[in-house]
Design a protein around this ligand. Structure first.
Ligand SMILES: NC(=O)c1ccc[n+]([C@@H]2O[C@H](COP(=O)([O-])OP(=O)(O)OC[C@H]3O[C@@H](n4cnc5c(N)ncnc54)[C@H](OP(=O)(O)O)[C@@H]3O)[C@@H](O)[C@H]2O)c1
Length: 241
């Protein structure tokens, strides 16, 4: 893996997604900056280019079929293939979200973006990924989606969350099913947790920097051909389901 690689990062205008785009760009890759808002997209592309990244804007709302199809069309036209897809875009759906009081709309919003959005984007990009010599898909999950951690006394589990945490458990389960279906291909698909990073998602309460959070995505995006698939990792290694 070296120069000439093409990546798409969803939700790349800020937070961890921006730093993933910057990190992949620093490897000499061309990076599609998937962002739903035009102003935020142009701002991120401009900033990345000023930092020397070969960045290009990709209008992309992961909850919108037409937007995702157009994004695939744009990459097809520009590069004819995709080497790495990082499904980073995510929302909490709004806090607090205690199970006994949660609004079903909050549940739907979290699943629509964090799970169905990932499936929508992945399936639209798969024809382009299949043309790569070493395709990688990275799903940005969270250890709050680990049922083992959630049920281990003393483990870091985050706040009580009926929508966000289960949406990441769901995403992990979907990642495993993709890996099973794609087992006989050269596509490696894994879930990664960035750790608790200071971003808009948590009101900047995180203790790690977004750049630190991006490291696991960059590692999973650059796995060797004999690397793992269908796994769940953070900086420390495999995370229990
Ligand atoms: N921060 C943490 O501690 C932490 C921990 C574990 C996992 N994660 C995961 O890491 C990923 C990035 O989180 P972050 O902390 O960097 O959050 P963030 O700063 O809030 O950024 C989220 C990104 O997702 C985008 N997004 C949301 N809905 C979208 C949609 N429908 N279509 C396209 N883009 C959309 C946002 O775009 P807009 O600017 O347009 O809203 C933004 O670019 C998420 O999947 C999150 O669950 C974060």
């Amino acid at each position: 893996m070296s120069e000439g690689m093409i990546a798409l990062v969803t939700g790349a205008n800020k937070g961890i997604g921006y730093e993933i785009a910057a990190g992949l760009g620093a490897l000499g890759w061309s990076v599609g900056v998937g962002v739903r808002d035009e102003g935020r997209r142009e701002g991120a592309v401009e900033k990345l280019r000023a930092a020397g990244v070969d960045a290009f804007g990709v209008p992309l709302d992961v909850t919108d079929d037409a937007s995702v199809a157009a994004a695939a069309g744009l990459i097809e036209e520009r590069a004819g293939r995709l080497d790495v897809l990082v499904n980073n875009a995510g929302i909490t759906g709004g806090m607090p979200q205690t199970p006994t009081t949660v609004d079903p709309a909050t549940m739907r919003a979290a699943v629509e973006t964090n799970v169905i959005g990932v499936i929508r984007v992945t399936n639209a990009m798969l024809p382009l990924l299949r043309r790569s010599a070493s395709p990688r898909i990275v799903n940005m999950s969270s250890t709050v989606g680990s049922l083992t951690r959630q049920t281990t006394p003393g483990a870091e589990t985050g706040p009580i969350s009926a929508a966000y945490a289960p949406s990441k458990t769901f995403l992990n389960a979907v990642t495993v099913q993709y890996a099973k279906e794609l087992r006989d291909t050269n596509i490696l698909i894994n879930a990664g947790c960035p750790g608790f990073c200071a971003t808009d998602l948590n009101g900047f309460r995180g203790v790690r920097t977004p750049e630190q959070g991006a490291a696991i995505a960059i590692r999973l995006a650059t796995l060797p051909d004999d690397g793992p698939t269908g796994g769940f990792f953070d900086d420390a290694g495999p995370v229990p389901w």
